[in-house]
Design a protein around this ligand. Structure first.
Ligand code: PLP
Length: 374
């Protein structure tokens, strides 16, 4: 009986797990605070970039973030229900966003078109006005109000006074990841124009916000009253100029190991053939768990303190790792990525092997991977 329980315990410990590291989130918030005097909004959309929205939000708020940001009202309501009292902004609201829910849960709504604003006003009631942030398109053509429509947006907002309350103006930087302030100049100018027009229309005080992680870390001119930091919370600096701390560790275990001779084809299609006698470790994670299927040579994991390469195709549930002379036992712990460096690959390395960005790696971890908190 005890042996069975012990085996179960081991199985639990070695199941593929993504562990969130709140201390890393806090360290990253402190790093952003060192770069700005502006308020910090912790953006926890996409379940906190795959790290758990509530866990990340809690760590960020404890470290000094004073706002929370999400893309939709349901995410915002979940944060409220988890007990967060901070102001929350939701900015990707589908047509017919429920104004009464927004008002009841005190969720600020970003509005990027006359149509959106009219819809919200029609649904809002004067008893409980909806707080809105007017969203200017600052150069991305991905949401936000075009300059030519801004004036009309302000007129509609004025007529709707009492039902909506304009509390903020926002934009988004299209090229901040270049880490070069010149790439942000046009957006900053557009943002100032947008803000000034809103003030002239009689609104205020206003919270103005434009920058996300990259702008927050590299360009103080973009900060205005608040920066919206998402990737940075979990250790990703899109400008790759500041070393932040990875906020998760993805571990699994060796489910099978084998010694094979030279000339052994590995995995579907025999895409890799061993060139010498070697040891193989089969690890129980695959593309269903977020291991990218297209990987450049060099993609590796850490086993027993050493880095070893993946060989052959990534399967849905498994990868094959060539450990060379090292015979690894079934059950051995494997680190796919983590913040420690050295033999442990980083999320950034995985992104390079996969030809993608670190954001896509962390948000792509599959739902059957267990979640834990350090
Ligand atoms: C996702 C998002 C952010 C956060 O961006 P990061 O680069 O992840 O910090 C900020 N603002 C908007 C509008 C976003 O969609």
């Amino acid at each position: 009986m005890t042996a069975l329980l012990a085996a179960r315990r081991t199985a639990l410990l070695t199941a593929p797990t993504l562990q969130t590291l709140p201390a890393a989130v806090a360290a990253n918030v402190r790093r952003v605070r060192a770069a700005t005097d502006a308020r910090i909004m912790a953006v926890v959309k996409a379940d906190g970039y795959g790290h758990g929205a509530i866990t990340v939000a809690r760590a960020a708020v404890e470290a000094g973030a004073t706002w929370l940001g999400v893309t939709d009202l349901a995410e915002a309501v979940a944060l409220r229900e988890a007990g967060f009292a901070e102001p929350i902004l939701s900015w990707l609201n589908p047509a017919g966003v429920d104004a009464s829910v927004a008002a009841a849960y005190r969720v600020d709504i970003a509005v990027g078109s006359v149509g959106e604003l009219r819809g919200l006003v029609a649904d809002a009631d004067a008893e409980s006005p909806v707080r809105v942030h007017l969203h200017m398109d600052t150069g991305m053509s991905r949401g936000g109000c075009p300059l030519g429509e801004w004036h009309e947006l302000l007129q509609v907002a004025r007529q709707a006074r009492g039902r909506v309350e304009v509390v903020g103006v926002m934009g988004h930087l299209p090229r901040a990841d270049e880490g070069d302030p010149r790439a942000n100049e046009a957006a900053v100018l557009r943002m100032r124009q947008a803000r000034d027009a809103v003030l002239r229309a009689g609104f205020g005080p206003l919270l103005v916000h434009l920058a996300a992680t990259a702008g927050a870390l590299t360009d103080p001119w973009t900060h205005f009253g608040m920066v919206r930091v998402g990737a940075g919370l979990v250790g990703i600096d899109p400008s790759e100029t500041v070393a932040l701390v990875g906020a998760s560790r993805f571990t699994a275990s060796v489910v099978h190991s084998a010694q094979v001779p030279a000339g052994t084809p590995i995995g579907y299609g025999g895409m890799h053939v061993t060139t010498r006698p070697t040891n193989l470790s089969i690890v129980g994670v695959g593309y269903a768990d977020g291991i990218p299927r297209e990987l450049a040579p060099g993609a590796s994991v850490e086993i027993c303190g050493e880095r070893h390469p993946l060989v052959g195709r990534v399967s849905m549930d498994q990868i094959v790792v060539d450990t060379g002379d090292a015979a690894v036992e079934r059950g051995a712990a494997v680190t796919v990525f983590g913040p420690e460096g050295g033999a442990v690959p980083s999320v950034q390395e995985w992104a390079r092997w996969a030809g993608t960005i670190p954001h896509a790696i962390v948000t792509g971890i599959g739902s059957r991977v267990q979640r834990s908190i350090a």
